[in-house]
Design a protein around this ligand. Sequence first.
Ligand code: NAD
Ligand code: AKB
Length: 318
Amino acid sequence: MHKILVTGALGQIGCELVSALAQTYGTQAVVASDVRAPPPGADREIRYENVDCTKLQQLQDVVRRHNIGTIYHLAALLSAVAEEKPQVAWKVNMASLFNVLEAAREHGCAVFFPSSIGAFGPTTPTDATPQVTIQRPTTMYGVTKVSGEMLCDYYHARFAVDTRGLRLPGLISHSAPPGGGTTDYAVEIFHHAVRYGRYSCFLKPDTRLDMMYMPDATRAMIELMKADGSQLKHRNAFNVTALNFTPEELAVEIRKHIPDFTISYETDPVRQAIAESWPRSLDDTAARSEWDWAPEYALGSMVTDMITHITEKAQRAS
Ligand code: NAD
Ligand code: AKB
């Protein structure tokens, strides 16, 4: 039986994607991997491999040993960290994708690549950004995402590798902390609201961005990889979205659960500039029509679920 390899599996998405894949296909079908060692107490039922994706040999070895048929390639540096270390970001994001595509070409694997709203830039139409439009990002993260989309298209056209991708918005989740992105405020705010009743936000109150709750995001990734390939016209990569709000609007929704919650603003100029270079909202019509994408969580249901989980976690820890 072909197995599924997840790279960067200890990150914000990986932690939940591995569980979602195990629920869908069984624990034996999934191999989790990361350059880091798993934390003590990690799920021992899921096979774990230490893999640095910038090393082709390590990837090829794990793909061969586990008879891998599909690779969900999550290993990367996120927007804020990539802007701090652009040279490292180019190496990690591009070398690792190139190696994944080479291993996939040699071993006949399908590849999932997570692009981002960061693949757009200040010259892109900002509202209801179309599927096909101007992509001239001004961040190193965005440059690696556009290049990644194009490289995936190239491997599909030139070598018939089944590459598929999503342009994900900011993702909100409670299992693992976010990895250094511009949209991290939308996760941090919940932890601070539950623990301290207040939060100092690094983006301005009216910074509007698309977002998505993690259960919708992992389902989108799995559904895209299951979709009938002959129906996919865009492949790399589909705009997808679910939620759209500003920090101020999120705070209002949190106050429905924690009435005394207060938010203040101490803007980080680097992350604010990144956010302002991104679209305010995406048009995901192509994903909806080509593989029936539809989100399940709205702002209210996402906030209720986040606060429930984080409160339970805080109570267990105390
Ligand atoms: P994360 O930073 O939380 O996790 C990335 C993981 O990759 C980490 O566990 C890290 O140890 C690992 N990693 C780093 N270098 C590696 C290497 N050389 N080899 C193997 N593993 C390595 O990131 P995430 O939020 O889980 O994002 C995963 C992917 O999804 C990234 O490509 C990111 O750009 C994309 N994405 C994320 C979001 C989001 O909001 N989280 C939104 C859009 C796109
Ligand atoms: C980031 O902020 O870097 C990510 C993303 C939207 O790609 N969350």
